[in-house]
Design a protein around this ligand. Structure first.
Ligand SMILES: [Zn+2]
Length: 693
């Protein structure tokens, strides 16, 4: 599963995950996967080699902490960026690869866990069978689309694409009701774009114009691969682009989507049907697999109104071409190499600046994790999760929570009534560490040897059915939105829980051989980050039970907003790449969490240092404990990144770019300047600082 697949902005990751439109991709050119390499050993908690000690820590701490990282880890040609998180992901990929290779070789009993993961992986790797099948598996759907004679017949075709999760037109699913977190309700949301986000269709700068040209060429190439002559492909691609542009115009922006009330519009099915008479909405819901529902959260109502007029104004042939394109492109990885290469050429090379496709085995590992996450995760945890890291992490989480309680007590700008509510919310945060208490049941999912695309479709249908089946039932608070091997973490405001998958609890983030100061800087700051999300611009709008309820006094809310607006301006003034600035509003939640996270880790460490009589002046390895804590924090973000990718991130990702992430938080903490003997007025110790928590 993927952070971005959640219905709304519900889960908030610490690290980047690609958005839905790019998920199926990550294509490849090198025919197959040879032996995995061993270069991705976990990094140490304090990575001396990555540092540039000749740099001045008070001028640019990121350079001091991470200046040699790129030399040690030259950007791999198959990656748009590389950082400590990527390194651990690569390491986990090798671990999962070993599990899958063995499962594929064992000829396990049909229907067993080993047969499912081994069969899925082996079929994905079987490029000879994929090449031979060509478009055959898609042919029945393609024929159905071709046979369509009028728009009146669109509904079943769109329902079919929804079931197969091709990303056509809009997204469907289930979510916790914002206003009643104990209930799961139906949700429909905007979607349908081939480019990552609405502004890609609308911005007028040269780079955006060029990206659109390349995207249209990608559509042309794809249509030609599907058998269209060049002239027709060019006309059809332009028409699809115009169609998608009108969907983009009707879409809500990423910044507007950060406001939960903008994303909550429970409507009856009849109301939605009245907005979208061109489709048969009740039939659409039933055939997509929804249980009988009277209402749904229409997350972006303007989009669905505009969808009606867009479908009305667009000729049937264009809609049919669009549906074919979405269907085929969503399965490019399981189509002949020409399709796979074409997908990579646009989404990997042109959009993200990646030079080479990832080897196929890595993509098949990722694809198996995505399709059968909790089956593969079960094997992963049994073989590789060091059990005691769960207890250690829980202990650390408790220390961070104590720090947060103390922080809430101390702050002067919040009234006692709001403080009491905040403390209640904090006491209700659930801590989920490692893996689910109860594993998901995959017994009804059929995995067939040699049928890569069939397996993919069955897995997608199975997953959607699982989501839709929750509607109307009590919420299962043991559920996870990330698979156990995932190197990431999230806070979910409707669940009011923080989630740390097993895959993350390894060096350098949690390193049992490192000092506690280093671990507080690494994983402690991430725990603090997730916990602070409960009190960022989005999280603060939900109460301890996960309900969207305003528990703030008007004056406290005003103080909070004054403080966050300081961050909006501070980050918005910083340049990410070329002349492109960070979007201070889009990144506000993450920046709030980063600033709060390190402060909580600092406070928790100071409490431990006092209890354990740690000498804060004593250097070991050349650094005092606090210096190691700040180095641990900054090294979380050591990265090499292609400029094209930074551009993509700034436009789509709610996290600030790594250098800014590392430095800005330290600039806001006077304790950092003291630890490194910096003087006021030096770049890392500015006169004006921001603080929310
Ligand atoms: Zn976050």
């Amino acid at each position: 599963m993927n952070c971005a697949r959640l219905p709304l902005a519900a889960a908030i990751c610490v690290a980047l995950t690609l958005p839905a439109a790019l998920r199926a991709q990550s294509a490849q050119t090198t025919p197959a996967a040879t032996a995995p390499n061993a270069i991705y050993a976990p990094l140490p908690g304090l990575d001396r080699g990555a540092m540039d000690t000749a740099a001045d820590p008070c001028a640019d701490f990121y350079r001091y902490a991470c200046g040699n990282f790129s030399k040690l880890h030259p950007l791999p040609p198959d990656r748009p960026y590389f950082d400590e998180i990527t390194n651990l992901r690569e390491y986990n990929t090798q671990v999962l690869y070993a599990i899958l290779k063995q499962a594929a070789a064992t000829h396990a009993a049909p229907g067993s866990d080993q047969q499912k993961i081994g069969g899925y992986y082996a079929s994905c790797m079987d490029t000879a069978a994929i090449e031979k099948k060509g478009l055959a598996v898609l042919q029945p759907q393609l024929d159905e689309i071709a046979a369509l004679k009028s728009k009146a017949g669109l509904t079943p075709l769109i329902a079919r694409e929804q079931k197969l999760q091709t990303g056509a037109l809009f997204e469907i699913g289930s979510q916790q009701d914002f206003k009643n977190a104990n209930e799961e309700i139906a949700v429909v949301d905007q979607g349908g774009l081939g480019l990552p986000e609405k502004d890609y269709y609308l911005r007028a700068d040269n780079k955006s114009v060029q990206t659109r040209k390349e995207y249209v060429q990608h559509l042309v190439n794809l249509l030609k691969l599907m058998g269209e002559p060049t002239d027709k492909a060019a006309n059809d691609a332009a028409a699809v682009m115009a169609f998608e542009t009108s969907l983009a115009q009707a879409s809500m922006s990423a910044v507007d989507r950060r406001q939960p009330s903008n994303m909550y519009h429970v409507m009856t099915v009849q109301q939605l049907a009245a907005d979208l008479p061109l489709l048969n909405v009740p039939q659409l819901l039933t055939e997509s697999g929804f249980p009988p529902v009277a209402s749904a959260n229409v997350a972006s109502p303007e989009f669905f109104k505009a969808l009606q007029s867009t479908l009305q104004q667009t000729d049937l042939e264009t809609i049919k071409t669009y549906l074919r394109v979405r269907l085929v492109d969503s399965e490019s990885m399981r189509l002949p190499k020409a399709f796979d290469d074409e997908h990579f050429n646009f989404y990997g090379r042109q959009l993200l600046g990646t030079l080479q496709q990832q080897p196929r085995y890595k993509r098949c590992v990722a694809s198996t994790d995505s399709a059968l996450g909790e089956v593969l995760g079960k094997s992963y945890v049994a073989q590789y999760f060091a059990g005691d890291s769960k207890a250690k992490t829980l202990q650390l989480v408790n220390q961070i929570e104590v720090a947060m309680r103390e922080d809430l007590n101390q702050i002067a700008w919040m009234s006692p009534q709001t403080k009491a509510k905040a403390e209640e919310k904090l006491s209700l945060v659930a801590n989920k560490i490692g893996y689910p208490a109860k594993w998901r049941d995959y017994s009804k999912l059929l995995i067939v040897s040699g049928d890569a695309m069939g397996n993919s479709f069955r897995a997608r249908e199975f997953d959607l059915a699982y989501e839709l089946n929750k509607i109307g039932k009590p919420v299962d608070r043991n559920e996870w939105e990330m698979t156990p091997p995932t190197v990431n973490a999230y806070y979910d405001p409707s669940m009011n829980d923080i989630n740390f998958p097993a895959g993350f609890l390894q060096p350098p983030f949690y390193d049992r051989s490192a000092s506690s100061a280093t671990n507080f800087g690494h994983i402690g700051s991430v725990v603090g980050h997730e916990l602070t999300h409960a009190f960022d611009d989005q999280g603060r709008q939900f109460d301890g039970h996960g309900n969207l309820v305003d528990w703030w006094t008007a004056s406290d809310a005003k103080h909070f907003e004054q403080r966050t607006s300081c961050l909006v301006t501070q980050y918005g003034d910083l340049t990410a790449v070329d002349s492109l600035h960070v979007n201070g509003k889009l990144t506000l939640g993450e920046n709030t969490a980063d600033n709060g996270g390190l402060r909580l880790a600092f406070m928790a460490f100071m409490a431990q240092a006092a209890a354990d009589h740690i000498n804060l002046q004593q250097k070991s390895d050349g650094f005092t404990p606090l210096q190691r804590l700040f180095l641990g924090w900054a090294q979380n973000w050591c990265a090499s990144t292609r400029p094209a990718f930074v551009r993509y991130l700034v436009q789509t990702d709610p996290h600030s770019p790594d250098r800014i992430r590392a430095n800005a938080v330290l600039m806001n903490m006077p304790e950092f300047g003291q630890a490194f003997g910096c003087k006021k007025g030096q770049p890392m110790v500015p006169a004006k600082i921001c603080r929310v928590w």
